[in-house]
Design a protein around this ligand. Sequence first.
Ligand SMILES: [Zn+2]
Length: 346
Amino acid sequence: MNEFYEDESISSWLERQIFYQKYEGTKRVSPSLSEYLLGRMTTDIDYYSKNDLAELTSYLSAVPVDIFVHSSPVSTHYLLPSMHRTNFCRACVVEDLGTARTAVWRQSWSYGWYVVCDKHICEMTSPRRYYPIRYVGLRSEIACRVSLEAPIDTLNIARFIDNDLAIDCDQRRFDRIKILITEIAINAQNNIRHLILLRTEAASAELKVIQDLTSIILRRHRRGIESEPYCFQLAKKLTGQSHALGSSSRILNKQALTGQYEVSDNFTRMLALAIVAVLMRYPEANRNWTKAATLFGESGFLAPQNRSKLYDASVGEPPSYTRQWFKRRLNAYPVEFRILCTEFCQ
Ligand SMILES: [Zn+2]
């Protein structure tokens, strides 16, 4: 129990040690360690500087040899602020309860682009829908509670993939659209992971394009002055819940484009990733999106199949700040991405 699980964050490992000490009564947490953690209640894995980590290890009676491997994130691409790293896989947590006796918080769960669990092929859960999370240490407890409350057999989307299913009502259409979007997002997520591991100039340029498009698609808006960004409108149509990041006060244009870090709802993130994949012409994305757009149309909601029109809908009515901002960004892209983006961004 003193070892790290695969992909586990340091915060998670510490929370587990405290959990075992609390419930097994083997050892008491040292006052110095308690004080150290109290000062870091709202921070997570990438917070630990070398000095900070040295201080932490000095308070531990047994230090795992690989603690330094887990002390920094693999990438900063769409790495969420600590208090926004709250989404988790319910199926993983149920398994953790059988092995680690509590939730093991994965480093992958810290990324806004990680929207489907690799292992269980199910959508990540957003606990903020159910409970407020005031400090990092509360996440695991809430994840365990939510996972035990939710029926596990409804999670695996693979079971629902059935092309021959009769689609004769809006609810069925929406379920099918969600599956198509999830399939697009899984491929896009795998591609992002691949690009991160490649660590080449071309890969980081592509990640930058993805980041820019995500910023536009998940932007904040001035409530009552601008309409909700298109992605939030689609998400609301499919889930029946609003997750838009509006504000009654004036938002600066630059602030509007950092909205993606505030999105806690997993479905909206997944939908944004799917739209990015369609715009980037990822394999299978356009074929699945064409099917999804047709089903949207049958439900009386406009979802453009054409990439230019999808970009227009996502970016908002011209003239808009985001449209001009993206055109400026294009100039810094390598030529292949400039050509790719010019196909939809006229
Ligand atoms: Zn899982």
